[in-house]
Design a protein around this ligand. Structure first.
Ligand code: AHR
Length: 535
């Protein structure tokens, strides 16, 4: 009995071991077998320019987006230049951020610019976001200084909600006139004699909701007034690089939103000399249900698949609104400007729910790549986009805590995509295959390609599948490929994140493809974003 008792566990363990091994081998077979994907890139069939502005950012007076994220003040121990933190500027410079939308969001439609200039700044309220006070220490000049430091352009949203056309017109005169008006002199007294450049003007924000709950007709008449009177006087912006005016557009795909797009675009078709727009905004967050309930970290594969399924709805939304725009603007003069997009999840426990604090995982990197690829495929109409938001808010590039900061997986995607800025879209054909989780099926891979100004071809491959790598074979027509190198971003878990303790847990690594007979072959890891240049 004793011996038996001693022996039998060994036998059971052996049996268990081999049994388990068989089960593992059977169930893990698909996990180790890479899926084969063939991509065909035809560099001779160049498409539209991928406007660098689709890599735009959004910085609202919300939580620690501005205060602490950008502005620490000149007296701060955190290294800064004129109050703007140096570490954040250095990180953002590497992204070549084309434009920054500011000051909101919902904040913009309650913002009175005069409170943010001069030596005396009143403390006001920020009722939209956490009910905190707004010190107004970061205002017009600080924003423009920040842009200069990171090398970006201004996308200013003017207050159509609680403001007036005159207030907005005076703000633009203050910003842009070179003539010696009272406002220009005031600007000079406040430290900037030369006119500022304002590349983009947002005429209101979500005027159908937090921006004043307007009907489309009411907004249209307001928008025409702002378009007429809110002028840019900068002498350098009168011709070629004139300021682009962006009207409020839809926030979804339902009838209410298609009606909004119809109203604005129908009017645009018959616009006169006295008003004009260059863009129609569209907001679309990946949220699945409202209020945002998905966790930004500590989730599993099901939530990974649900969020990515939801993010792919961007394609349908762009198609829907582009079709309406095409009816009234077949020459695609008006850009569809997706100036708020990204994942919106439940606030991190313990944070102020009004501050929209969330972590940022490899899932967000995949989400970002899928959306950027969608914008690139619609480059003829989607010529600008702004991820929400730049720092510490929603799907951020950077997360700070007092003097510390780390960059997120989304940051790395934006960095890896820099070569696509203003590159020419090149079609890629492929059979994406399918990744399945429960009742969710998604295209397993996605890819885009483009040719930069030097003629170099860039290829991006997203492997959505979190379990299986992909053996990618790329046939490139139009160039004799000799080498293909780049970077790849992946992580061990679907919810892997960077933290203050492990800031480089999710970071890109070098990758190269084998090149033979003009064909490239490379293996991309599960849940990865890869960008390579082909020469
Ligand atoms: O990005 C957060 C908020 O989302 C913006 O202020 C608003 O425009 C949108 O509803």
């Amino acid at each position: 009995m004793i011996n038996k008792a001693k022996k039998s566990p060994r036998v059971t363990l052996r049996a268990l071991f081999f049994g388990l091994l068989t089960v593992i081998m059977m169930t893990s077979a698909p996990f180790v077998t890479a899926q084969k994907v063939e991509l065909a890139v035809d560099t001779a069939k160049a498409g539209a320019k991928i406007d660098r502005n689709i890599f735009g950012q959004f910085a609202e007076h919300l939580g620690h987006g501005i205060y602490e994220g950008i502005w620490v003040g000149t007296d701060s121990k955190i290294p800064n230049t004129r109050g703007i933190r140096n570490d954040v500027v250095a990180a953002l410079k590497a992204l070549k951020v084309p434009n920054v939308r500011w000051p909101g969001g919902c904040f913009a439609d309650e913002y009175h610019w005069r409170k943010g200039i001069g030596a005396q700044r009143p403390v006001t309220l920020n009722p939209n976001w956490g009910g905190v006070t707004e010190p107004n220490t970061f205002g017009t000049h600080e924003f423009m200084d920040f842009l200069e430091q990171i090398g970006s352009e201004a996308y200013v949203s003017v207050n159509v909600g609680s403001g007036t056309p005159q207030e907005a017109a005076e703000w633009l005169e203050y910003l842009t006139t070179a003539q010696q008006t009272a406002l220009a002199k005031e600007r000079a007294v406040n430290g900037h004699a030369a006119p500022f450049k304002v590349g983009y003007l947002g005429i209101g924000n979500e005027s159908w909701d937090c921006g004043g709950n307007m009907t489309s007709d009411y907004y249209l008449s307001q928008m025409k007034i702002y378009s007429r009177f809110v002028r840019n006087f900068n002498p350098e912006q009168q011709e070629k690089s004139h300021m682009l005016k962006i009207a409020v557009g839809p926030g979804g795909g339902e009838a209410r939103w298609t009606e909004w797009t119809e109203t604005i675009m129908k009017a645009y078709q018959h616009h006169t000399w006295s008003w004009d727009i260059d863009g129609l905004s569209m907001h679309n967050y990946t949220v699945v249900k409202w209020p945002p309930a998905f966790k930004s970290v500590g989730f599993g594969e099901t939530e990974y698949a649900q969020i990515l399924k939801s993010t792919l709805e961007m394609e349908e939304l762009i198609n829907k609104h582009s079709a309406i725009m095409d009816k009234y603007d077949s020459q695609k003069k008006v850009a569809l400007v997706v100036d708020e997009w990204g994942g919106w999840y439940a606030p991190v426990p313990g944070s102020n729910p009004g501050f929209l604090v969330q972590q940022n995982s490899i899932r967000d990197a995949i989400l970002a790549a899928l959306n950027l690829n969608t914008f690139a495929r619609h480059a003829d109409r989607v010529r600008m986009a702004n991820i929400a938001q730049m720092i510490n808010v929603l799907q951020a590039m950077i997360i700070t805590d007092k003097g510390n900061m780390f960059v997120t997986p989304t940051y790395y995607v934006f960095k890896m995509y820099v070569p696509f800025q203003d590159a020419t879209f090149v079609p890629v054909t492929f059979d994406a295959g399918t990744y399945t989780n429960g009742n969710i099926s998604l295209p397993r891979v996605d890819a885009i390609a483009a040719k930069d100004k030097t003629g170099k071809v860039w290829l991006e491959i997203t492997n959505v599948d979190p379990n299986q790598s992909a053996e990618v074979e790329v046939g490139v027509v139009g160039i004799a490929a000799k080498s293909a190198v780049g970077e790849t971003l992946t992580a061990p878990r679907v919810d892997s994140v960077n933290t203050f303790d492990a800031p480089n847990a999710v970071a890109p690594k070098p990758i190269s493809a084998k090149v033979q007979g003009g064909k490239l072959t490379l293996k991309v890891e599960p849940k990865s974003v890869t960008v390579i240049s082909v020469e």
